[in-house]
Design a protein around this ligand. Structure first.
Ligand code: SF4
Length: 292
């Protein structure tokens, strides 16, 4: 068998994948949801989620066990799953170059799941709902769910019930709109004391700094949201106490971003030989004025 290699994406332009037909996916997701809760049999459903033991990065640190959904990032499967991606993040995406993406079998699995989402959404959602139910059963409901390990899909717009299984739902996103929407929802809950179950279902979104969205990031932080940056440092180097005037947390020590204090910045170390000269990589001693 010939050796399969996945080359790092180093393009200076964004080549979009085929659009997924979301209206059709939504309607098939709803059909799958109906059948799942009605107990309609669907044979041969293989697991689709990565269990906490399958992803060391998400398991690190104290907190709930994290189950995650790993699709093939950007256009790697032929379909686009990162609508807000930038040239820099595509070039440096850990879903292309680091961690388990070094293993062709892992990448092929991610591609197969993404193709199934686009081409057989009924089966995709039956697998997903089955796994979420199982995770809930296995953990007595005490687990966290990260639905976009290597994608940026607004799952809540497709099937809101996906967020009713885990105790906490969280993701990183490059969509300012989605981030603010999630923050607004959480703020309403804090302000009006909506019940805990609703709060838990609201997704916690950390806005990723892209090099071009500084104003949005600063506004999000001021409003109590969380931001993630890549910092040009070694993993063993300490993180600065503040960045751009906001407190920081070590994003590598624990992936559970929903535990971060409101209005703080999660600092991540570059992975997979990422080009540190790109504008989305911040310097440890960087001042806000340097960016303005
Ligand atoms: S949006 Fe995230 S998952 Fe998608 S290519 Fe960029 S870094 Fe990777």
């Amino acid at each position: 068998m010939s050796k399969i290699t996945f080359l790092p994406v180093l393009s200076e332009t964004i080549v979009k994948g085929k659009p997924i037909q979301w209206a059709e996916v939504r309607s098939e997701a709803q059909r799958a949801e109906h059948d799942h809760f009605a107990g309609v049999k669907c044979v041969g459903l293989k697991p689709i989620l990565t269990a906490p033991t399958g992803n060391q990065k998400l398991t690190k640190g104290e907190g709930l066990p994290v189950y995650s959904l790993s699709l093939a990032p950007a256009n790697l499967s032929g379909y686009e799953v990162c609508p807000w991606r930038t040239v820099d993040c595509t070039r440096g995406c850990i879903g292309h170059t680091a961690g388990n993406a070094r293993f062709p079998g892992t990448v092929l699995g991610r591609i197969a799941r993404t193709v199934e989402l686009a081409e057989n959404p009924y089966r995709f959602f039956r697998r997903l709902l089955k796994d979420l139910d199982k995770a809930k059963y296995d953990t007595n409901g005490s687990f966290a769910y990260r639905s976009n390990a290597f994608s940026d899909i607004p799952w809540l717009s497709i099937l809101p019930s996906l967020n009713t299984f885990a105790e906490r739902n969280y993701n990183y996103t490059k969509s300012t709109e989605m981030a603010f929407r999630s923050l607004r929802m959480r703020k309403h809950m804090w302000m009006f004391g909506l019940n805990q179950t609703v709060y838990e279902q609201a997704e916690h979104l950390t806005l990723s700094f892209t090099g071009d969205n500084l104003k949005d990031c600063l506004l999000y932080l001021k409003e109590g949201g969380n931001v993630a940056v890549i910092m040009a440092k070694r993993k063993s180097d300490p993180i600065p106490a503040t960045l751009w005037g906001f407190p920081t947390v070590d994003g590598d020590a624990n992936d559970r971003r929903y535990m971060d204090p409101q209005g703080s910045i999660a600092v991540l170390t570059p992975k997979g030989g990422l080009d540190r000269t790109r504008k989305w990589v911040v310097a440890p001693n960087e001042r806000l004025e340097d960016r303005m």
